[in-house]
Design a protein around this ligand. Structure first.
Ligand code: BV8
Length: 256
């Protein structure tokens, strides 16, 4: 069922839901000003596809180029703000058991008020660099404010003098056990999963909505475009995260 307006059936399902998962992708942060993976790259990285840069091979080939990319992205996220959709998800948690499972490496859900322990970062965080050799966390400096015009050398670990790397999951790397365990448990336990702003093309994350559907959850997709998931969900709503989520949460509240 594809709708351009909020479908009353979606409000009924959401109002009745007691265990909700919001599964978010890059589109969740787009209206905050964070480019999605589908958006074209700019500057130094214009000639690269993000899926080429977000790999251990790219890091081994040119860690300073990749580190500059992450420093630029970190600074950009630090300078933007969560939008009404992020805040609606945080407010919804006041009414029901909420788990946010995000593919995003930004901290916008948390900055909008979603408690850290309720957010599972499947692909890590821009704000959690770590030593590639000993794994020690390295304090994020918040990235850079001016788009780098050249490579930036990654810092040295203060514990073992190894090379510090971004705290994200690259293609070909396994997901963090804790986040994946929490995400799969929440997907299998929820009675509603709202899938927001993802093209659902990156696995194993993209398998979570069908995993939730198999255990009886209703699946609602919020995305201005169709995705490979659209034909498999109960409701797909052609709207954006910053418009749809506040409208849905307000409708639930009004309905109670
Ligand atoms: C794994 C962090 C097991 C980094 C990311 C070969 C070897 C190993 C694995 C593979 C392999 N070949 C394939 C795989 C599997 C691979 C994979 O899925 N590849 C894809 C390309 C096919 N997966 C992995 O490698 C994963 N690990 O499998 O481990 C393993 C381990 C070792 C050996 C074998 C197996 C790890 C994947 C994690 C990669 N890291 N991010 C960084 O950020 O730099 S993924 C990154 O891309 C994001 O986190 C996100 O997950 C993904 C982008 O997807 P979306 O979030 O959906 O964003 P996108 O831009 O695509 O779409 C935006 C959507 O929003 C659109 O639909 C648009 O319409 C919508 N939208 C736009 N505006 C709005 C909106 N919606 C709402 N409102 C709006 N305003």
């Amino acid at each position: 069922m594809t709708a351009l307006e909020l479908d009353p059936a979606v409000v009924d399902v959401a109002r009745a839901a007691r265990r909700v998962v919001v599964f978010s992708g890059a589109g969740m942060s787009a209206e905050s000003g964070v480019p999605t993976f589908r958006d074209a790259q700019t500057g130094l990285w214009e000639r690269f596809d993000p899926t080429e840069l977000a790999t251990p091979e790219a890091w081994d080939r040119d860690s300073a180029l990749v580190w500059a990319w992450y420093q630029w992205r970190t600074g950009l996220v630090r300078r933007v703000a969560p939008h009404a959709g992020h805040r609606a998800v945080a407010e919804w948690a006041d009414r029901t058991r909420m788990t946010v499972v995000t593919q995003n490496v930004d901290d916008l859900h948390e900055r909008a008020g979603s408690p850290t322990h309720t957010v599972a970062h499947l692909h890590g965080s821009l704000f959690a660099p770590r030593c590639r050799d000993c794994g020690a966390p390295f304090p994020s400096d918040g990235g850079v404010d001016v788009e780098p015009t050249g490579p930036l050398s990654p810092p040295e670990c203060s514990s073992c003098r190894g090379q510090v790397r971004p705290g994200v999951v690259w293609f070909g790397e396994s997901l963090p056990d804790d986040a994946w365990t929490r995400a799969t448990a929440a997907a299998e336990d929820c009675d509603l999963m709202v899938v927001v702003g993802t093209s659902a093309m990156v696995y194993p994350a993209a398998g979570l909505p069908l995993r939730a559907a198999r255990t009886g959850a209703a699946i609602v997709e919020i995305n201005p475009e169709a995705t490979g998931l659209s034909e498999h969900v109960h409701h797909t709503w052609r709207t954006t995260a910053a418009v749809g989520l506040p409208a849905l949460v307000a409708a639930i509240g009004a309905a109670q």
